[in-house]
Design a protein around this ligand. Structure first.
Ligand SMILES: Nc1ncnc2c1ncn2[C@@H]1O[C@H](COP(=O)(O)OP(=O)(O)OP(=O)(O)O)[C@@H](O)[C@H]1O
Ligand SMILES: [Mg+2]
Length: 577
């Protein structure tokens, strides 16, 4: 998986490794040169050596610059690729997967976790490499100067590394807890911002504010814990490192006095020893932080490994203006759960309109989701599906999913508008916006009048979630959005519920004149909306109870007639009267 992400940035990483190696090497040559200069301080050639020291330092700086450049470019390219891959995978994941995941969690994985991996690659991985190079080279040069003293100097290393690993383990845990608090705290903020109307309507400002303050307090407390641990670590670590330097310096000085070490070598040794400080300290930190990156990679891979939507082996693209047939369809959202649809049998001839009436939760929307393959028909997503749905005799399973959805226009029960202009929202399926088409669709959906009243007409910006539109305007925008494509199959899921009866009638009239030969599914709670359909089905708790035309159903003593009479202010007649 990492290989896939690294495509295109690998060569930058290889280059950055080479540059860091070169700059580390040059850094390590300098103490040797200085030591040599001191030992021959009174001799000739001091000027030349000084010049060499300058050049070495200059080249070390140049390589460090090149390292940072290649590393930054490599990392940014990597992160861009990672984000691109994540997003394109996310939007291909089945609807059911999205239903079962928290948006906040997904966003955190795409931002915080990507950031953690980025830091790992740009800082930790190269640091680790640099640490290993610096440590081995310093120790090598030191051992060349004095083997015994080197052994003492590196004797401290395991102690310091273990010590910092221990601390960073603790800091890491505290950090994770702080992140969790942050997630809870942002959830409160996000919920309150999206649900601001509910907060106002119920006068919950004070309670919500208290809730926020509590979460904010917990979040702050977790961070203080992280920072306290960090402070304790760095001071005690400084103390250990200073101890190491002191021991080495004293022993070195003793050797120097005894004449076992020249002054220049002693200086060089102390310089190498000081160079060990940083890598030793960082090693423990990096080892424990690498585990954090591991967690993030796991969380990102969990998204990448989620399976995309089912694809038929040989996808078919049959004509869609054909009879649609539900053949003994049963469905439940979870294997063990109660069935939401039982044994649904329904034939919808091409070009006809079917009206679906039914109480809340009777399974109307679910039936339409199945037709649009929003819930895979294989039952792989933990859902149980029986029976089959065919269009012109071709099983839905074999039809190319993209083709199917392009040909089925669905006006969702809860329309969602993007934060773009009204015309962009209506023409969202168009590659280039055709204003003529946008206006035609808006006219059929009875939206024109409202648009005329908007200050900027079709260029009115529809806020995030379309809050500047009324419920009915939003529904009509969604209808226009679908009409612009003139799909051969149209589904209106309770799409006229938020408009008044007169507008409802006007839209239906315009629709019937404009939909041509499309097959239409019309879901409604209002009998008025669907009474002119060619066939009407009445659903109750996942079953079809009644089926027929308006006239046929009115002749029966069923739910349909009772609903009709209630909605028209008539006293429902007693059954059989
Ligand atoms: N994602 C889901 N997971 C589990 N159960 C669900 C899910 N979506 C809907 N249900 C359940 O399935 C049943 C049918 O829901 P559905 O949305 O199809 O009803 P509906 O007829 O469209 O109702 P309404 O008229 O209120 O829109 C309900 O009992 C509902 O609780
Ligand atoms: Mg519904």
């Amino acid at each position: 998986m990492m290989n896939l992400f690294l495509l295109g940035s690998r060569r930058y990483y290889v280059l950055s490794m080479i540059f860091i190696l070169l700059s580390s090497l040059l850094d390590l040559v300098n103490p040797r040169l200085i030591g040599y200069t001191v030992d021959t301080a009174l001799g000739r050639g001091t000027g030349r050596v000084a010049l060499l020291v300058l050049f070495v330092a200059l080249f070390a700086a140049l390589f460090r610059y090149l390292f940072q450049l290649t590393n930054a470019v490599g990392t940014e390219r990597f992160v861009k690729r990672l984000r691109d891959l994540l997003f394109s995978h996310l939007i291909r994941l089945p609807y059911a997967w999205h239903r079962s995941s928290h948006t906040g969690d997904i966003i955190q994985r795409c931002t915080s976790d990507v950031e953690t991996v980025k830091v790992f690659l740009s800082e930790q991985l190269t640091s680790l490499f640099r640490i290993i190079v610096m440590m081995s080279l310093s120790i090598f040069f030191m051992s060349k100067i004095h083997a015994g003293l080197t052994l003492i100097a590196i004797g401290f290393i395991p102690l310091i590394v273990l010590f910092s690993m221990y601390f960073h383990g603790k800091i890491g845990k505290a950090f994770m807890k702080a992140e969790e608090e942050e997630a809870r705290f942002s959830a409160v903020v996000q919920e309150n911002l999206t649900g601001v109307r509910v907060v106002r309507a119920f006068g919950r400002e004070i309670d919500e504010n208290e809730r926020f303050e509590k979460k904010n307090y917990l979040y702050t407390r977790m961070w203080i814990r992280v920072l306290r641990l960090g402070a304790a670590f760095w001071t005690s670590n400084d103390f250990l490192a200073a101890g190491r330097t002191m021991v080495v310096s004293i022993l070195g000085a003793v050797l120097c006095v005894r004449g076992e070490l020249s002054a220049g070598s002693f200086l060089a040794f102390v310089a190498y020893n000081a160079m060990l400080d940083w890598p030793v300290r960082m090693l423990g930190r990096i080892i424990s932080e690498m585990s954090k990156a591991g967690v993030s990679v796991g969380r990102i891979c969990a998204i990448m490994n989620a399976e995309e939507e089912d694809k038929p082996e040989t996808p078919l693209c049959p004509p869609m203006d054909r009879e649609i047939c539900f053949d003994h369809v049963s469905f439940s959202y979870e294997d063990a759960a109660e069935e939401v649809l039982h044994d649904i049998c329904l034939r919808v001839p091409e070009g006809s309109t079917v009206g679906i009436l039914g109480g809340t939760g009777s399974g109307k929307s679910t039936l339409m989701m199945l037709l649009d393959k929003l819930y895979g028909l294989s039952g792989r997503e933990g859902m149980s599906v029986k029976g089959r749905i065919t269009i012109g005799g071709v099983d839905l399973k074999d039809i190319d999913t993209g083709y199917l959805r392009r040909n089925i226009g669905m006006v969702l029960q809860e329309p969602y508008l993007f934060s773009r202009t009204l015309s962009e929202n209506i023409g969202i399926t168009q590659e280039t916006l055709d204003m003529g088409e946008v206006k035609r669709a808006a006219r059929i959906a009875s939206l024109e009048e409202s648009v005329d009243r908007f200050y900027q007409g079709y260029d009115t910006f529809v806020g995030e979630r379309g809050v500047t539109l009324s419920g009915g305007q939003k529904q009509r925008t969604a209808i226009a959005q679908m009409l612009i494509r003139r799909p051969p199959v149209m589904i209106f899921d309770d799409s006229l519920s938020a408009v008044d009866a007169a507008t409802d009638a006007a839209i239906r009239k315009a629709l019937s004149e404009n939909i041509g030969g499309s097959t239409v599914f019309l879901i409604a709670h209002r009998v008025q909306t669907l009474m002119h359909a060619d066939q009407i089905i009445v659903m109750d708790r996942g079953r079809i109870l009644e089926k027929g035309t308006h006239r046929e159903l009115m002749e029966r003593d069923g739910i349909y007639r009772v609903t009709y009479e209630m909605q028209n202010g008539l006293e429902p007649k007693e059954a059989g009267a």
